[in-house]
Design a protein around this ligand. Structure first.
Ligand code: PMT
Length: 401
Protein backbone atom coordinates (compact mmCIF):
# COMPACT_ATOMS: atom_id res chain seq x y z
CA UNK A 1 0.00 0.00 0.00
CA UNK A 2 1.22 3.51 -0.75
CA UNK A 3 2.20 5.31 2.37
CA UNK A 4 2.91 8.93 1.49
CA UNK A 5 0.04 11.17 0.60
CA UNK A 6 0.37 14.74 -0.55
CA UNK A 7 -2.96 16.39 0.28
CA UNK A 8 -3.82 19.52 -1.68
CA UNK A 9 -6.45 21.68 -0.01
CA UNK A 10 -8.28 24.27 -2.12
CA UNK A 11 -10.35 27.23 -0.99
CA UNK A 12 -13.93 26.30 -0.28
CA UNK A 13 -16.10 25.73 2.75
CA UNK A 14 -15.36 21.98 2.48
CA UNK A 15 -11.73 22.78 3.43
CA UNK A 16 -12.76 22.00 7.02
CA UNK A 17 -13.45 18.39 5.93
CA UNK A 18 -9.83 18.11 4.82
CA UNK A 19 -8.77 18.45 8.47
CA UNK A 20 -10.76 15.32 9.37
CA UNK A 21 -9.33 13.65 6.27
CA UNK A 22 -5.76 14.19 7.51
CA UNK A 23 -6.70 12.69 10.87
CA UNK A 24 -8.28 9.60 9.26
CA UNK A 25 -5.44 9.11 6.77
CA UNK A 26 -2.86 9.22 9.53
CA UNK A 27 -4.93 6.77 11.56
CA UNK A 28 -4.70 4.40 8.58
CA UNK A 29 -0.93 4.67 8.62
CA UNK A 30 -0.38 7.19 5.84
CA UNK A 31 2.25 9.90 6.15
CA UNK A 32 0.55 13.12 5.09
CA UNK A 33 2.00 16.41 3.86
CA UNK A 34 -0.40 19.26 3.21
CA UNK A 35 -0.32 21.89 0.48
CA UNK A 36 -2.80 24.74 0.79
CA UNK A 37 -3.82 27.27 -1.82
CA UNK A 38 -4.04 30.92 -0.82
CA UNK A 39 -7.85 30.67 -0.81
CA UNK A 40 -7.79 27.56 1.41
CA UNK A 41 -5.89 29.54 4.02
CA UNK A 42 -8.86 31.93 4.21
CA UNK A 43 -11.04 29.04 5.42
CA UNK A 44 -8.74 27.03 7.71
CA UNK A 45 -5.40 28.06 9.17
CA UNK A 46 -2.22 26.22 8.15
CA UNK A 47 -1.64 25.64 11.87
CA UNK A 48 -4.61 23.24 11.96
CA UNK A 49 -3.07 21.09 9.21
CA UNK A 50 0.41 21.39 10.70
CA UNK A 51 -0.88 20.09 14.02
CA UNK A 52 -2.85 17.25 12.41
CA UNK A 53 -0.19 16.16 9.90
CA UNK A 54 2.82 16.76 12.12
CA UNK A 55 4.57 18.70 9.32
CA UNK A 56 4.81 22.31 8.21
CA UNK A 57 2.24 23.18 5.57
CA UNK A 58 3.44 24.11 2.07
CA UNK A 59 1.81 27.09 0.44
CA UNK A 60 4.09 29.21 -1.70
CA UNK A 61 5.61 28.31 -5.05
CA UNK A 62 8.23 31.04 -4.90
CA UNK A 63 9.25 30.86 -1.26
CA UNK A 64 13.02 30.53 -0.87
CA UNK A 65 12.74 29.07 2.68
CA UNK A 66 10.24 26.39 1.69
CA UNK A 67 12.13 25.54 -1.49
CA UNK A 68 15.27 25.07 0.59
CA UNK A 69 13.49 22.71 2.99
CA UNK A 70 11.83 20.70 0.19
CA UNK A 71 11.59 21.98 -3.38
CA UNK A 72 8.31 21.63 -5.19
CA UNK A 73 9.81 19.00 -7.48
CA UNK A 74 11.18 17.10 -4.50
CA UNK A 75 7.74 17.30 -2.88
CA UNK A 76 6.08 15.94 -6.02
CA UNK A 77 8.59 13.03 -6.09
CA UNK A 78 8.16 12.37 -2.36
CA UNK A 79 4.46 11.58 -2.78
CA UNK A 80 3.14 8.09 -3.55
CA UNK A 81 -0.22 9.67 -4.19
CA UNK A 82 -1.57 13.18 -4.70
CA UNK A 83 -5.05 13.78 -3.31
CA UNK A 84 -6.75 17.13 -3.90
CA UNK A 85 -9.64 17.55 -1.48
CA UNK A 86 -11.60 19.68 -1.71
CA UNK A 87 -10.91 20.35 -5.38
CA UNK A 88 -12.57 23.57 -6.52
CA UNK A 89 -13.91 24.25 -10.02
CA UNK A 90 -10.99 26.64 -10.49
CA UNK A 91 -8.39 24.02 -9.57
CA UNK A 92 -10.00 21.38 -11.80
CA UNK A 93 -9.96 23.88 -14.68
CA UNK A 94 -6.29 24.68 -14.10
CA UNK A 95 -5.40 21.00 -13.93
CA UNK A 96 -7.40 20.20 -17.06
CA UNK A 97 -5.57 22.89 -19.03
CA UNK A 98 -2.07 22.55 -17.64
CA UNK A 99 -1.95 25.90 -15.86
CA UNK A 100 0.62 26.09 -13.10
CA UNK A 101 0.42 29.47 -11.40
CA UNK A 102 0.56 28.31 -7.78
CA UNK A 103 2.21 25.56 -5.76
CA UNK A 104 -0.64 23.03 -5.92
CA UNK A 105 -1.29 23.29 -9.67
CA UNK A 106 2.48 23.10 -10.27
CA UNK A 107 2.72 20.00 -8.10
CA UNK A 108 -0.07 18.41 -10.13
CA UNK A 109 1.88 19.04 -13.33
CA UNK A 110 5.09 17.72 -11.80
CA UNK A 111 3.48 14.68 -10.15
CA UNK A 112 4.19 11.24 -11.59
CA UNK A 113 2.15 9.39 -8.96
CA UNK A 114 -1.59 8.54 -9.08
CA UNK A 115 -3.78 11.62 -8.64
CA UNK A 116 -7.18 11.71 -6.94
CA UNK A 117 -9.52 14.69 -6.67
CA UNK A 118 -12.62 15.10 -4.49
CA UNK A 119 -14.54 17.99 -6.07
CA UNK A 120 -16.57 20.41 -3.96
CA UNK A 121 -18.54 23.32 -5.37
CA UNK A 122 -22.00 24.77 -5.86
CA UNK A 123 -24.33 22.44 -7.78
CA UNK A 124 -24.73 24.85 -10.72
CA UNK A 125 -20.95 25.21 -11.02
CA UNK A 126 -20.58 21.43 -11.05
CA UNK A 127 -23.33 21.05 -13.66
CA UNK A 128 -21.93 23.74 -15.98
CA UNK A 129 -20.82 22.27 -19.30
CA UNK A 130 -17.31 23.70 -19.01
CA UNK A 131 -16.77 22.03 -15.61
CA UNK A 132 -18.04 18.73 -16.99
CA UNK A 133 -15.68 19.09 -19.97
CA UNK A 134 -12.79 19.70 -17.58
CA UNK A 135 -13.77 16.66 -15.50
CA UNK A 136 -13.98 14.45 -18.60
CA UNK A 137 -10.55 15.71 -19.65
CA UNK A 138 -9.06 14.98 -16.26
CA UNK A 139 -10.48 11.46 -16.31
CA UNK A 140 -8.85 10.96 -19.71
CA UNK A 141 -5.60 12.19 -18.17
CA UNK A 142 -5.86 9.49 -15.51
CA UNK A 143 -7.15 11.53 -12.59
CA UNK A 144 -9.54 9.54 -10.41
CA UNK A 145 -12.48 11.60 -9.20
CA UNK A 146 -14.05 10.79 -5.86
CA UNK A 147 -17.58 12.17 -5.89
CA UNK A 148 -18.97 14.78 -5.59
CA UNK A 149 -21.89 13.79 -3.39
CA UNK A 150 -25.43 15.13 -3.51
CA UNK A 151 -27.29 16.90 -0.72
CA UNK A 152 -27.69 20.21 1.01
CA UNK A 153 -24.95 22.70 0.18
CA UNK A 154 -23.38 25.39 2.36
CA UNK A 155 -25.03 28.02 0.13
CA UNK A 156 -28.44 26.55 1.00
CA UNK A 157 -29.02 24.96 -2.41
CA UNK A 158 -29.61 21.25 -2.95
CA UNK A 159 -27.80 19.14 -5.48
CA UNK A 160 -24.61 17.55 -6.62
CA UNK A 161 -21.40 19.21 -5.51
CA UNK A 162 -20.75 18.40 -1.85
CA UNK A 163 -17.35 16.93 -1.07
CA UNK A 164 -17.60 13.21 -0.34
CA UNK A 165 -17.34 12.58 3.42
CA UNK A 166 -13.74 12.02 4.60
CA UNK A 167 -14.43 8.42 5.69
CA UNK A 168 -15.73 7.59 2.20
CA UNK A 169 -12.71 9.25 0.56
CA UNK A 170 -10.48 7.05 2.73
CA UNK A 171 -12.48 3.95 1.84
CA UNK A 172 -12.01 4.59 -1.86
CA UNK A 173 -8.30 5.28 -1.46
CA UNK A 174 -7.96 2.02 0.42
CA UNK A 175 -9.38 0.10 -2.52
CA UNK A 176 -7.38 2.03 -5.10
CA UNK A 177 -4.22 1.76 -3.06
CA UNK A 178 -4.56 -1.91 -2.51
CA UNK A 179 -4.44 -3.16 -6.07
CA UNK A 180 -3.78 -6.57 -4.56
CA UNK A 181 -6.85 -6.51 -2.34
CA UNK A 182 -8.36 -9.28 -4.52
CA UNK A 183 -5.13 -10.57 -6.04
CA UNK A 184 -5.66 -13.97 -7.62
CA UNK A 185 -9.28 -14.10 -6.42
CA UNK A 186 -11.78 -15.49 -8.94
CA UNK A 187 -14.80 -13.22 -9.23
CA UNK A 188 -17.91 -13.81 -11.32
CA UNK A 189 -20.19 -10.82 -11.83
CA UNK A 190 -23.55 -10.70 -13.58
CA UNK A 191 -24.70 -7.42 -15.13
CA UNK A 192 -27.41 -5.89 -17.24
CA UNK A 193 -30.89 -7.11 -18.03
CA UNK A 194 -32.07 -10.41 -19.45
CA UNK A 195 -34.39 -10.60 -22.44
CA UNK A 196 -37.21 -13.10 -22.59
CA UNK A 197 -38.46 -13.52 -26.18
CA UNK A 198 -42.13 -13.65 -27.12
CA UNK A 199 -41.43 -14.13 -30.81
CA UNK A 200 -38.42 -13.47 -33.09
CA UNK A 201 -38.84 -9.68 -32.80
CA UNK A 202 -40.31 -9.01 -29.33
CA UNK A 203 -39.13 -9.63 -25.81
CA UNK A 204 -39.80 -8.81 -22.16
CA UNK A 205 -36.96 -7.00 -20.40
CA UNK A 206 -36.21 -4.29 -17.83
CA UNK A 207 -34.39 -0.96 -17.51
CA UNK A 208 -30.96 -2.23 -16.42
CA UNK A 209 -28.14 -0.54 -18.36
CA UNK A 210 -25.37 -2.73 -16.93
CA UNK A 211 -23.52 0.33 -15.55
CA UNK A 212 -23.45 -0.96 -11.96
CA UNK A 213 -22.22 -4.43 -12.89
CA UNK A 214 -19.63 -3.13 -15.37
CA UNK A 215 -18.31 -0.66 -12.78
CA UNK A 216 -17.94 -3.58 -10.36
CA UNK A 217 -16.09 -5.60 -12.98
CA UNK A 218 -13.66 -2.71 -13.61
CA UNK A 219 -13.10 -2.20 -9.90
CA UNK A 220 -12.52 -5.93 -9.36
CA UNK A 221 -9.95 -6.02 -12.19
CA UNK A 222 -8.19 -2.99 -10.60
CA UNK A 223 -8.18 -4.88 -7.30
CA UNK A 224 -6.26 -7.74 -8.94
CA UNK A 225 -9.11 -10.24 -9.37
CA UNK A 226 -9.62 -12.66 -12.26
CA UNK A 227 -12.99 -11.43 -13.43
CA UNK A 228 -15.66 -13.16 -15.50
CA UNK A 229 -18.47 -10.76 -16.41
CA UNK A 230 -21.66 -12.48 -17.51
CA UNK A 231 -23.63 -9.76 -19.21
CA UNK A 232 -27.08 -9.39 -20.63
CA UNK A 233 -27.51 -7.13 -23.68
CA UNK A 234 -26.13 -3.65 -22.91
CA UNK A 235 -24.44 -0.94 -24.94
CA UNK A 236 -21.30 -0.53 -22.81
CA UNK A 237 -17.71 -1.18 -23.92
CA UNK A 238 -16.26 -4.43 -22.50
CA UNK A 239 -14.28 -3.71 -19.31
CA UNK A 240 -10.56 -4.09 -19.96
CA UNK A 241 -9.03 -7.11 -18.30
CA UNK A 242 -12.29 -9.00 -17.67
CA UNK A 243 -13.52 -12.07 -19.54
CA UNK A 244 -16.87 -11.06 -21.02
CA UNK A 245 -19.55 -13.71 -21.54
CA UNK A 246 -22.51 -12.26 -23.41
CA UNK A 247 -25.92 -13.81 -22.90
CA UNK A 248 -29.48 -12.84 -23.65
CA UNK A 249 -32.01 -14.89 -21.71
CA UNK A 250 -32.16 -15.84 -18.04
CA UNK A 251 -31.60 -19.51 -18.91
CA UNK A 252 -28.42 -18.58 -20.82
CA UNK A 253 -27.29 -16.39 -17.90
CA UNK A 254 -28.03 -19.26 -15.52
CA UNK A 255 -25.86 -21.69 -17.52
CA UNK A 256 -22.96 -19.25 -17.83
CA UNK A 257 -23.05 -18.11 -14.20
CA UNK A 258 -23.28 -21.63 -12.78
CA UNK A 259 -20.48 -22.92 -15.05
CA UNK A 260 -18.10 -20.11 -14.05
CA UNK A 261 -19.11 -19.95 -10.39
CA UNK A 262 -17.96 -23.52 -9.72
CA UNK A 263 -14.40 -22.15 -9.64
CA UNK A 264 -15.31 -18.75 -8.16
CA UNK A 265 -14.37 -17.30 -4.81
CA UNK A 266 -16.97 -14.53 -5.14
CA UNK A 267 -20.22 -14.21 -7.09
CA UNK A 268 -21.82 -10.77 -7.37
CA UNK A 269 -25.34 -10.72 -8.84
CA UNK A 270 -25.80 -7.19 -10.17
CA UNK A 271 -27.91 -8.30 -13.13
CA UNK A 272 -31.60 -7.51 -13.19
CA UNK A 273 -32.76 -11.02 -13.99
CA UNK A 274 -36.26 -11.60 -15.36
CA UNK A 275 -38.15 -13.70 -12.83
CA UNK A 276 -40.50 -15.01 -15.53
CA UNK A 277 -40.37 -15.85 -19.23
CA UNK A 278 -43.14 -16.49 -21.75
CA UNK A 279 -44.07 -20.16 -21.60
CA UNK A 280 -44.02 -20.44 -25.38
CA UNK A 281 -42.00 -18.48 -27.90
CA UNK A 282 -43.72 -18.06 -31.27
CA UNK A 283 -41.57 -19.21 -34.16
CA UNK A 284 -42.83 -16.39 -36.37
CA UNK A 285 -43.72 -12.79 -35.65
CA UNK A 286 -47.09 -12.64 -33.89
CA UNK A 287 -49.54 -10.74 -36.10
CA UNK A 288 -51.60 -7.97 -34.60
CA UNK A 289 -54.80 -9.16 -36.26
CA UNK A 290 -54.49 -12.44 -34.30
CA UNK A 291 -55.87 -12.14 -30.79
CA UNK A 292 -53.06 -13.50 -28.61
CA UNK A 293 -55.08 -13.08 -25.42
CA UNK A 294 -52.96 -13.39 -22.28
CA UNK A 295 -49.26 -14.11 -22.27
CA UNK A 296 -48.66 -17.16 -20.12
CA UNK A 297 -45.46 -16.87 -18.09
CA UNK A 298 -43.34 -19.52 -16.47
CA UNK A 299 -40.89 -19.00 -13.61
CA UNK A 300 -37.19 -18.66 -14.33
CA UNK A 301 -34.58 -20.27 -12.11
CA UNK A 302 -33.26 -18.08 -9.31
CA UNK A 303 -29.63 -17.87 -10.43
CA UNK A 304 -28.13 -16.44 -7.27
CA UNK A 305 -29.98 -18.89 -5.02
CA UNK A 306 -28.53 -21.72 -7.11
CA UNK A 307 -25.01 -20.26 -6.83
CA UNK A 308 -25.49 -20.19 -3.06
CA UNK A 309 -26.22 -23.94 -3.18
CA UNK A 310 -22.91 -24.77 -4.92
CA UNK A 311 -20.35 -26.75 -2.95
CA UNK A 312 -17.91 -25.25 -2.21
CA UNK A 313 -20.02 -22.11 -1.93
CA UNK A 314 -18.39 -18.90 -3.14
CA UNK A 315 -18.99 -15.70 -1.21
CA UNK A 316 -22.37 -14.73 -2.66
CA UNK A 317 -23.32 -11.05 -2.91
CA UNK A 318 -26.75 -10.12 -4.20
CA UNK A 319 -28.44 -6.88 -5.07
CA UNK A 320 -31.99 -5.91 -4.15
CA UNK A 321 -33.78 -3.41 -6.37
CA UNK A 322 -36.92 -2.12 -4.68
CA UNK A 323 -39.48 0.63 -5.10
CA UNK A 324 -40.68 0.35 -1.47
CA UNK A 325 -39.76 -1.12 1.91
CA UNK A 326 -36.14 -1.49 0.77
CA UNK A 327 -34.62 -2.71 4.02
CA UNK A 328 -37.24 -5.38 4.79
CA UNK A 329 -37.21 -6.84 1.28
CA UNK A 330 -33.41 -6.80 1.20
CA UNK A 331 -33.08 -8.53 4.56
CA UNK A 332 -35.63 -11.12 3.47
CA UNK A 333 -33.69 -11.83 0.23
CA UNK A 334 -30.43 -12.07 2.17
CA UNK A 335 -31.89 -14.86 4.24
CA UNK A 336 -34.18 -16.56 1.73
CA UNK A 337 -31.46 -16.86 -0.94
CA UNK A 338 -28.75 -17.76 1.61
CA UNK A 339 -26.55 -14.80 0.57
CA UNK A 340 -23.48 -13.59 2.42
CA UNK A 341 -24.22 -9.95 1.64
CA UNK A 342 -26.85 -7.91 -0.16
CA UNK A 343 -26.57 -4.42 -1.64
CA UNK A 344 -29.97 -2.78 -1.66
CA UNK A 345 -30.84 0.12 -3.94
CA UNK A 346 -33.94 2.16 -4.59
CA UNK A 347 -35.26 2.01 -8.14
CA UNK A 348 -37.87 4.17 -9.83
CA UNK A 349 -36.61 7.32 -8.08
CA UNK A 350 -35.33 10.52 -9.69
CA UNK A 351 -31.71 9.49 -9.12
CA UNK A 352 -29.88 6.21 -8.68
CA UNK A 353 -30.84 2.63 -9.51
CA UNK A 354 -31.51 1.72 -13.13
CA UNK A 355 -29.79 3.59 -15.99
CA UNK A 356 -28.41 6.42 -13.84
CA UNK A 357 -24.64 7.07 -13.64
CA UNK A 358 -25.04 7.34 -9.88
CA UNK A 359 -26.37 5.16 -7.12
CA UNK A 360 -26.54 4.70 -3.35
CA UNK A 361 -26.52 1.39 -1.50
CA UNK A 362 -27.58 -0.01 1.83
CA UNK A 363 -25.40 -3.07 2.30
CA UNK A 364 -26.57 -5.79 4.70
CA UNK A 365 -24.90 -8.98 5.89
CA UNK A 366 -25.78 -11.23 8.81
CA UNK A 367 -25.19 -9.00 11.83
CA UNK A 368 -24.00 -5.93 9.90
CA UNK A 369 -24.99 -2.93 7.84
CA UNK A 370 -23.13 -0.23 5.90
CA UNK A 371 -24.66 2.74 4.12
CA UNK A 372 -22.85 3.84 0.95
CA UNK A 373 -23.99 7.36 0.06
CA UNK A 374 -25.13 8.52 -3.39
CA UNK A 375 -22.14 8.84 -5.70
CA UNK A 376 -21.04 7.77 -9.17
CA UNK A 377 -21.26 4.03 -9.84
CA UNK A 378 -17.46 3.69 -10.18
CA UNK A 379 -16.80 5.15 -6.74
CA UNK A 380 -19.62 3.07 -5.31
CA UNK A 381 -18.31 -0.11 -6.92
CA UNK A 382 -14.88 0.45 -5.34
CA UNK A 383 -16.50 1.01 -1.95
CA UNK A 384 -18.66 -2.09 -2.22
CA UNK A 385 -15.69 -4.21 -3.31
CA UNK A 386 -13.81 -3.07 -0.25
CA UNK A 387 -16.60 -4.42 1.95
CA UNK A 388 -16.73 -7.64 -0.07
CA UNK A 389 -12.95 -8.09 0.24
CA UNK A 390 -13.26 -7.67 4.02
CA UNK A 391 -15.96 -10.38 4.10
CA UNK A 392 -13.84 -12.71 1.97
CA UNK A 393 -10.91 -12.12 4.27
CA UNK A 394 -13.06 -13.07 7.29
CA UNK A 395 -14.28 -16.19 5.49
CA UNK A 396 -10.96 -17.24 4.04
CA UNK A 397 -7.98 -15.33 5.48
CA UNK A 398 -5.38 -17.11 3.32
CA UNK A 399 -6.96 -16.60 -0.14
CA UNK A 400 -7.69 -12.89 0.33
CA UNK A 401 -4.70 -11.64 2.33
O1 PMT B 1 -27.70 -1.87 -14.62
P1 PMT B 1 -27.93 -0.47 -14.06
O2 PMT B 1 -28.76 0.39 -14.97
O3 PMT B 1 -26.63 0.18 -13.65
O4 PMT B 1 -28.80 -0.61 -12.73
C1 PMT B 1 -28.27 -1.26 -11.62
C2 PMT B 1 -29.29 -2.20 -10.96
C3 PMT B 1 -30.43 -1.39 -10.37
C4 PMT B 1 -29.83 -3.19 -11.98
C5 PMT B 1 -28.51 -2.99 -9.86
O5 PMT B 1 -27.96 -2.09 -8.94
C6 PMT B 1 -29.42 -3.98 -9.15
O6 PMT B 1 -30.14 -3.68 -8.21
N1 PMT B 1 -29.39 -5.26 -9.63
C7 PMT B 1 -30.29 -6.32 -9.16
C8 PMT B 1 -31.65 -6.13 -9.76
C9 PMT B 1 -32.59 -7.24 -9.36
O7 PMT B 1 -32.93 -8.04 -10.16
O8 PMT B 1 -32.94 -7.23 -8.10
P2 PMT B 1 -33.96 -8.29 -7.43
O9 PMT B 1 -34.28 -7.68 -6.12
O10 PMT B 1 -35.11 -8.58 -8.36
O11 PMT B 1 -33.12 -9.61 -7.28
C10 PMT B 1 -32.38 -9.93 -6.11
C11 PMT B 1 -31.10 -10.67 -6.46
O12 PMT B 1 -31.43 -11.94 -7.04
C12 PMT B 1 -30.21 -9.96 -7.46
O13 PMT B 1 -28.87 -10.15 -7.07
C13 PMT B 1 -30.51 -10.65 -8.78
O14 PMT B 1 -29.38 -10.63 -9.65
C14 PMT B 1 -30.80 -12.07 -8.29
N2 PMT B 1 -31.75 -12.85 -9.13
C15 PMT B 1 -33.04 -12.45 -9.27
C16 PMT B 1 -33.91 -13.23 -9.99
C17 PMT B 1 -33.45 -14.42 -10.60
N3 PMT B 1 -34.25 -15.19 -11.32
N4 PMT B 1 -32.17 -14.77 -10.46
C18 PMT B 1 -31.31 -14.01 -9.75
O15 PMT B 1 -30.12 -14.35 -9.63
Amino acid sequence: MNKRILLGVCGGIAAYKAAELVRLLRKQGFEVRVVMTAAARQFVTPLTFQALSGHAVHSELLDADQEQAMSHIHLARWADLLLIAPATADMLAKMAHGLADDLLSTLYLAAECPVFAAPAMNQAMWGKAVTQDNVARLRQHGVTLIGPAAGEQACGEQGLGRMVEPADVCRQLQVEQRPGILDGVNVVISAGPTREPLDPVRYITNRSSGKMGYALAEAAVSAGANVVLVSGPVSLPPPAGAELVQVETTLQMYDAVIAHSRAADIYIGAAAVADYRPQTVAERKIKKDRDIGNIVLTKNPDIIAEVARLQPKPLVVGFAAETDDLENYARHKLQAKNLDMIAANWVGQAEGGFESDRNALQVFWPGGLQILAMTDKHTLAAQLLNLIAEKLHEKNPVKSS
